[in-house]
Design a protein around this ligand. Structure first.
Ligand code: TYD
Length: 401
């Protein structure tokens, strides 16, 4: 277990989700006996208004050559990153001949938008299978964790980088101190860092506690991001809410006193204060809602089973690991989970051992209810799976669909 210098101080634990396996630890039957578990507990750092895991497994256990998450598995996300690249240009965060680095570039979905342009770009991606895939697609990616020690070697980029981006990555980074020092080293005077992450305010309002799992060390808010970056001489200069991942926030960071701070920042800070997203009180409200949500979900599933209904899952997401293990839902309740990722098909869900099967068989399979684990992609999925509903099938989830 890792402890980060800046953020581990004074955290007040307030809720345990019990014994948890790795969220992306999809496994074969032969691996059941040696499965890794840790105690998943969350806490709040009042100085930084930061919601975080109390402890997290070693990064190497999670981000390795077998990492099974591909950004390009969702058409919606491909389009999101296309629009993001346009937005960067429109807002002058990216201009001709700029130097751009993406942290956690995954399979290159975002950087693909800059092929054959004047932008000088490359990604930094710690999972070897992903950086290999990206390089194969001629989207340059270096294979290491982004931290101060590693980026010190990027001599050509030091002090010369105009823009650094990251999407759904920074909440995974245990040592924020080293990350921010690395960003500071690479950016030029006017350089900008833009990142987007699942938003604490959205998790609270949707009670989507499945955003909490081993990889997500932090659930950020405008308050926490502002406080953390202020320590290192940076300002939060803009914030833009996003619909991705069930409700995210895009944060724009620049060196202090180098940029105008937009009105959006103050608006979001006010919203967070009003809704107690900046304080421990918000955590306690959230805990109460999680307990209620668990109770209602178990009751619903038990009712379906008592009527002999057949339940399957849709999307073997990382998020589903939290739901299934916390609520004690396993293969007695859910026959199988359909997924498009070939690396997951034929394996079993972490901890609860529900078989993962090929999405191409979804329509053929006899079922009454489908648990939508990939609820954050519901528009895209409902559009694809009209037939199931038309034939009388029912979707459900722990969040409102
Ligand atoms: P996502 O919610 O992005 O992932 P996570 O919780 O892991 O961050 O969902 C990704 C998973 O859902 C991935 O295993 C692929 C699967 N999926 C489908 O099977 N079909 C789909 O149409 C979509 C959008 C996702």
């Amino acid at each position: 277990m890792f402890k980060c210098k800046v953020t581990q101080k004074k955290i007040k634990p307030f809720m345990s989700f019990g014994s948890m396996p790795l969220a992306n630890g999809f496994l074969k039957k032969s691996q059941f006996k040696k499965e890794f578990f840790y105690k998943m507990e969350v806490g709040f750092n009042e100085d930084l208004s930061l919601f975080q895991l109390a402890e997290q497994p070693e990064a190497k256990l999670m981000f390795n050559k077998d990492y099974p998450f591909f950004t390009s598995s969702s058409n919606f996300m491909i389009n999101h990153f296309r629009l993001f690249s346009k937005w960067l240009k429109k807002n002058n965060y990216l201009k001709n001949n700029y130097n751009l680095i993406e942290i956690g570039s995954n399979d290159g979905t975002f950087l693909n938008n800059f092929k054959n342009t004047s932008i000088n770009f490359f990604g930094i991606e710690p999972s070897k299978n992903m950086s290999d895939l990206s390089n194969k697609k001629k989207i340059p990616a270096l294979n290491f964790f982004f931290n101060f020690e590693n980026v010190k070697n990027l001599k050509k980029s030091i002090g010369k980088t105009n823009l650094i981006t990251a999407a759904n990555v920074i909440c995974h980074v245990q040592d924020l101190n080293s990350l921010i020092l690395g960003i500071d080293l690479l950016l030029n005077k006017k350089g900008i860092f833009i990142f987007e992450e699942p938003y604490l305010g959205s998790m609270y309002s949707k009670v989507s506690y499945d955003q909490i799992y081993d990889e997500h060390v932090f659930m950020f808010s405008a308050h926490s991001v502002k406080k953390i970056f202020n320590i290192y001489g940076f300002d939060l200069i803009n914030v833009i809410p996003q619909v991705t991942h069930g409700g995210s926030m895009r944060y724009v960071i620049g060196r202090a006193n180098e940029h105008k701070i937009t009105k959006n920042v103050e608006k979001i800070l006010q919203y967070e204060k009003k809704n107690k997203i900046d304080s421990f009180e918000g955590c306690l409200n959230f805990k109460k809602k999680c307990l209620e949500s668990k109770f209602l979900l178990k009751e619903k599933i038990n009712r379906m089973k008592s009527m002999d209904k057949k339940i399957v899952g849709y999307g073997a997401t990382s998020k589903s690991t939290t739901i299934l293990n916390y609520c004690g839902i396993n293969s007695k309740h859910i026959n199988c989970i359909f997924d498009t990722t070939k690396e997951k098909v034929g394996k079993f869900t972490p901890g609860t051992h529900i078989p993962i099967v090929n999405m191409k068989d979804f329509n053929k399979y006899n079922k009454d209810y489908v648990y939508l684990f990939a609820w954050n992609h519901k528009d895209e999925i409902f559009r694809k799976e009209k037939k199931f509903k038309k034939d009388g099938g029912k979707w459900f989830s722990h969040v409102k669909l």
